[in-house]
Ligand binder design. Structure first.
Ligand code: HEM
Ligand code: HEM
Length: 172
């Protein structure tokens, strides 16, 4: 059976994860421009902690999505397909983004002391951390691109008076 609208859990996770990701993204790209005061390592460590939390929230969200499938909104098939593909890419990005950061930090044993959750089995390796650092950066740009498309598409549907946004709001 599939449903016409998202469950409250799915809606809550969508908005919590969206806010966290936008915050993490802004913090991530600010690192290079911050002066070397004690605030910088605090921000980097908070970024890592919240990033790992996002990873687990996304896993819960994917499970919730499997248990609560959503009917595609009645739109031309090509638009439905584009929406579906964008959502799949977004899911892949929001899994890979925290995972690459987590592997990068685990590989050089640089998880914050208050949240020392190294990924088990990752060997100490600077080259691995370097590769993950580049990947994390590229994924950051790709995520920004797809989130922009996603937000523009949402407002395009609002403009066409198609109640897509309502499916993700708490009033439906
Ligand atoms: C959805 C979650 C995350 C998002 C959206 C995100 C986003 C970003 C972005 C946009 C950057 C800047 C990249 C650049 O300058 O090229 C960054 C840097 C960084 N992120 Fe994340 N991040 C996430 C999760 C994590 C996690 C879980 C960790 C580690 C546990 C982490 C560790 C880092 C570190 C160490 C840097 C600095 C890398 C450098 O030295 O250039 N991130 N992040
Ligand atoms: C980092 C930011 C965001 C990410 C990663 C994200 C990700 C996603 C994903 C993966 C879905 C598919 C849900 C599913 O079918 O399981 C979705 C749905 C949706 N998102 Fe976002 N989203 C973000 C921000 C936003 C924003 C800012 C808006 C509003 C302007 C928005 C509006 C929607 C709507 C309306 C849907 C439901 C589409 C439908 O019913 O077919 N999202 N989002």
């Amino acid at each position: 059976m599939s449903y016409n609208t998202y469950s409250s859990l799915q809606k809550s996770l969508h908005w919590i994860i969206a806010i966290l990701i936008i915050g993490l993204w802004c913090a991530g790209f600010s690192f290079d421009y911050l002066p070397k005061t004690s605030f910088k390592p605090y921000l980097v460590n908070t970024h890592k902690t919240l990033g790992v939390i996002v990873f687990f929230l996304v896993l819960i969200r994917i499970l919730a999505r499997i248990k609560h499938p959503i009917k595609p909104f009645q739109l031309p098939k090509a638009i439905q397909l584009m929406g579906k593909l964008t959502h799949i890419v977004l899911y892949a990005l929001i899994v890979m983004m925290p995972l690459s950061g987590w592997i990068m930090s685990s590989a050089v044993h640089k998880m914050p002391s208050w949240f020392p959750l190294f990924i088990p089995g990752i060997p100490y390796s600077k080259p691995l951390a370097q590769t993950m650092r580049s990947l994390h950066g590229y994924l950051g740009y790709t995520l920004a691109f797809f989130v922009t498309i996603h937000i523009c598409a949402t407002f395009f549907h609002v403009w066409r008076k198609e109640p897509i946004l309502d499916r993700m709001l708490f009033r439906s």
